[in-house]
Design a protein around this ligand. Structure first.
Ligand code: PLP
Length: 298
């Protein structure tokens, strides 16, 4: 049996006490949904998987790196839905597989390694170009992914003024924007360095002809810690400290940078007094397995 999705596990944890400001801070715990298809990934993938099944294609192909949350989520989602999955992995086949790749294989994914140059072009090896393969973009980027992410807030039965999330491809953020009313504000923390094209990528996914009802949104580029999956001692110390205060684990690629940013922005009075913030815990904890044991206290 494969573990199922546990929607009833999703909670909204109030962590206002940690910041001691005149602002309510809560966390939507999507990380508790599933050990592998955790966080935002199930939401982003749900309509792609539906579409793949409807198309009658039995094989799903996607792209990712050796520690990609997306890769392992696709592998699990396909297994559960009786689809074959193929992961096109960036770089030469390593002598030792990452935990992520080992996991993906256990979920039945066929791994195909291509050189970093080929990967940049996103060229699919010729054998996957026939019509039998359903292709999902790296990170689940696309309108269909945003449509799925727009259902994240269905699991939130309270009203907030601000919704905050980490942004990689921006698909989750686009979904949050599309599903929020004009009086809300959405704040995204970009986890990549100088990814200035991200605004445009998000705009591509916004519901058309709804300008008058689109909430205000901001993308902040100052919390990447050197770039995608880069970190330093102060981020690790923050993760441990944050866990001690909240019992909430975070991952160093996305949610640690998000929580760090929220803490910093609160100190800088970025949010007006009286704000009610919901921070999306988008999961991704499996990536922490790349750390030496003992680095984190959780
Ligand atoms: C994939 C991922 C994101 C990024 O989502 P996008 O829709 O690509 O912006 C954020 N957080 C976690 C934990 C992820 O795994």
């Amino acid at each position: 049996m494969f573990p199922h999705l546990f929607f009833e596990n999703i909670t909204i944890d109030d962590i206002s006490h940690v910041f001691n400001k005149n602002i309510e801070v809560s966390v939507l715990r999507l990380d508790k949904l599933h050990p592998v298809i955790s966080g935002n990934k199930w939401f982003k993938l749900r309509y792609y998987i539906d579409e793949a099944k409807r198309s009658g294609k039995k094989n799903v192909v996607t792209f990712g790196g050796a520690w990609s949350n997306h890769i392992v989520a696709i592998a699990a989602a396909c297994k559960i839905n009786e689809l074959n999955s193929i992961g096109i992995i960036r770089g030469e086949e390593p002598a030792m597989f990452s935990d992520t790749l080992i996991n993906a294989k256990e979920w039945g994914m066929q791994l195909v390694f291509i050189s970093r140059e080929e990967y940049k072009q996103k060229t699919l090896p010729a054998e996957f170009l026939s019509g039998e393969y359903y292709i999902i973009n790296e990170g689940g980027y696309g309108i269909t992914g945003a449509k799925g992410a727009a259902t994240i807030l269905d699991h939130c039965n309270k009203d907030f003024t601000h919704y905050c999330c980490a942004a990689g491809t921006g698909t989750m953020m686009a979904g949050l924007i599309n599903s929020s009313s004009a009086d809300k504000r959405i704040v995204g923390i970009s986890v990549m360095k100088n990814n200035t094209g991200l605004e445009e990528m998000i705009k591509e996914l916004l519901a058309k002809n709804s300008n008058s009802t689109t909430p205000q949104w901001d993308l902040l580029h100052d919390y990447h810690f050197g770039g995608y999956a880069k970190y330093n001692a102060s981020l690790i110390a923050f993760m441990n400290d944050f866990y001690q205060k909240t019992q909430i684990p975070s991952d160093f690629v996305y949610t640690a940078k998000l929580f760090y940013a929220i803490n910093d922005l609160l100190n800088k009075k970025f949010f007006p007094d009286g704000s009610k913030m919901l921070v999306i815990h988008s999961g991704g904890l499996q990536g922490n397995l790349s750390f030496p044991k003992g680095t984190l206290i959780f």
